[in-house]
Design a protein around this ligand. Structure first.
Ligand code: SF4
Length: 237
């Protein structure tokens, strides 16, 4: 989980009804609650893309009450590889230590940094939250959808929507497109809602989880270093 420094947008559309502007913004958190209430006590299989342990903590605590979960740690965006391994180690520890109601496992997945490098080519100068991030969401969700289809999961989704820095609307729209492409159901989510983000901070403290201070890719790391340098310069003057 990167430390929050800015808000994110969840763009909704508006249309006119009787001269009044009506918001068409979808509430993905409510959609998830409605879907859960229709499960009738059944715990379907869910392939949950996991970006890191802090974001997975509250996501797992909540979703494991209703689903049998396998985590997919497919994050070729994370750089350097030592950081990737550190976040993976924390996720493995969390799965061992966090009490859950239905089984949670981790699906093996190799580090494929070239997937991200190929995707990000030409998008290096994009700001955080821009086109590179949209492509990064898609890259990771597409692998989750593909793997969910290959292994016969009923649903797939991602922990990414627990971060207030991530665009939950865009993530859900991408998930729905991939659901069509791979023939596996996308689980709608906006996991930061219902105090999900706040709970992830609490659980990170309780379990002593490592919380990184940058999103993951080299560009977000360089941006974080620039911000730190500017702060240090301001303190010196
Ligand atoms: S800033 Fe985060 S979401 Fe955006 S490209 Fe980098 S790793 Fe991906």
């Amino acid at each position: 989980m990167e430390i929050v420094t800015a808000g994110s947008s969840n763009t909704g559309k508006t249309h006119s009804a009787g001269g009044r502007a009506v918001s068409c913004r979808r509430n993905y958190s409510r959609e998830l609650e409605k879907l859960i209430s229709g499960l009738g006590g059944r715990a379907p299989t869910l392939l949950l893309h996991a970006c890191c342990a802090p974001c997975s903590s509250a996501s797992l605590e909540y979703l494991s009450r209703y689903f049998s979960i396998s985590l997919l740690y497919y994050n070729p965006n994370i750089s350097p590889i030592g950081e990737y391994e550190k976040r993976l180690g924390e996720l493995q520890r969390l799965v061992r230590e966090l009490p859950v109601e239905n089984p949670v496992s981790i699906l093996p997945c190799e580090y494929r940094g070239e997937d991200f490098a190929n995707m990000a080519a030409g998008l290096e100068g994009e700001p955080e939250g821009g086109m590179r991030c949209m492509a990064c969401y898609r890259l990771r969700l597409e692998e989750a959808a593909r793997a969910a289809s290959e292994h016969g999961f009923e649903y797939f989704t991602t922990t990414l929507t627990i971060s207030p820095l991530k665009n939950a609307g865009a993530i859900n729209r991408i998930g729905e497109e991939l659901s069509e492409k791979y023939g596996v159901k996308h689980l709608p989510s906006d996991l930061k809602k219902r105090d999900g983000y706040k709970r992830s901070i609490e659980l990170s403290r309780i379990y002593g989880l490592y919380r990184q201070d940058y999103c993951g890719c080299i560009y977000s790391r360089l941006e974080r270093e620039r911000i730190k340098e500017r702060r240090a310069d301001n303190l010196d003057t």
